[in-house]
Write a protein that binds this ligand. Structure first.
Ligand code: PEP
Length: 232
């Protein structure tokens, strides 16, 4: 079943989260997941929707100001977490090692994990894409193995929030490469919207999507879910 996850980033407090959840009706045949900011998790959990956090720490508790642990997420009913989003890697010093630790701890506590990998434009243009992906994925694989609650999101950094998307062929190639290293479902992420969802989701090896901007609007997120459902 395709997984369609909406990463809301730093958008939507509890009020807007409740408004979205009240009207969002995903079609059957796919799994829709909402990833609101931490303060909006419990508001989202008042609904029937599946809810993931946008990050999770590797320790159960401790002196880690500003972090949230896997047992805390489990306690409120969160089903999973994103780890290693490129914005965390780019702006908050996340490394392959910290991403791997977060993923392993979350899985160890029964959470599901969407672990993000992806190359920058510079890396792609200089022929480094496979090397960069390999290093990122092997770090995760060494810590977790091909766990049945783990999925990878292939998110080319140059396509996130830029309006640029990978072509269907680029996505197919990258997804096949990811799976050759770690055989788990692979989501595509990067400026996915209703207009291009059908083409990208129809590619071999594309098992769903992680969506930023277009997941904030209930109509466009629903349209993407419907595009996925029509392929299932
Ligand atoms: C993301 O944040 O994971 C993402 C894919 O963002 P966008 O859809 O806005 O490019």
């Amino acid at each position: 079943m395709m997984l369609i996850a909406g990463n809301w980033k730093m958008f939507k407090g509890p009020r807007e989260t409740r408004e979205f959840c009240a009207v969002f009706e995903p079609p059957g045949g796919i799994e829709a997941v909402l990833c609101p900011p931490f303060v909006s998790l419990t508001a989202a959990l008042e609904s029937e929707h599946t809810v993931f956090a946008q990050n999770v720490h590797w320790a159960d508790e401790g002196a880690f100001t500003g972090e949230i642990s896997a047992p805390m997420l489990r306690e409120v009913g969160v089903a999973g977490a994103i780890v290693g989003h490129s914005e965390r890697r780019q702006y908050f010093g996340e490394t392959d090692e910290t991403v791997a630790r977060r993923a392993a701890a979350a899985l160890g506590h029964g959470l599901r994990v969407i672990a993000c990998v992806g190359e920058s434009l510079e890396e792609r243009e200089s022929g480094q894409m496979e090397l960069v992906l390999r290093v990122q994925i092997e770090a995760i694989a060494e810590a977790t193995g091909p766990h049945d609650r783990l999925v990878i999101a292939y998110e080319p950094v140059w396509a996130i929030g830029t309006g640029l998307t990978a072509s269907a062929e680029q996505a197919r190639e990258a997804h096949a490469f990811v799976k050759s290293i770690l055989d788990v479902p692979v989501l595509y992420g990067g400026s996915l919207k209703p207009e291009n969802a059908g083409e990208l989701l129809d590619e071999d090896g594309v098992d769903g999507a992680l969506i930023g901007g277009a997941s904030l609007d209930v109509e466009s997120f629903t349209a993407i879910c419907q595009a996925a459902a029509s392929l299932s």
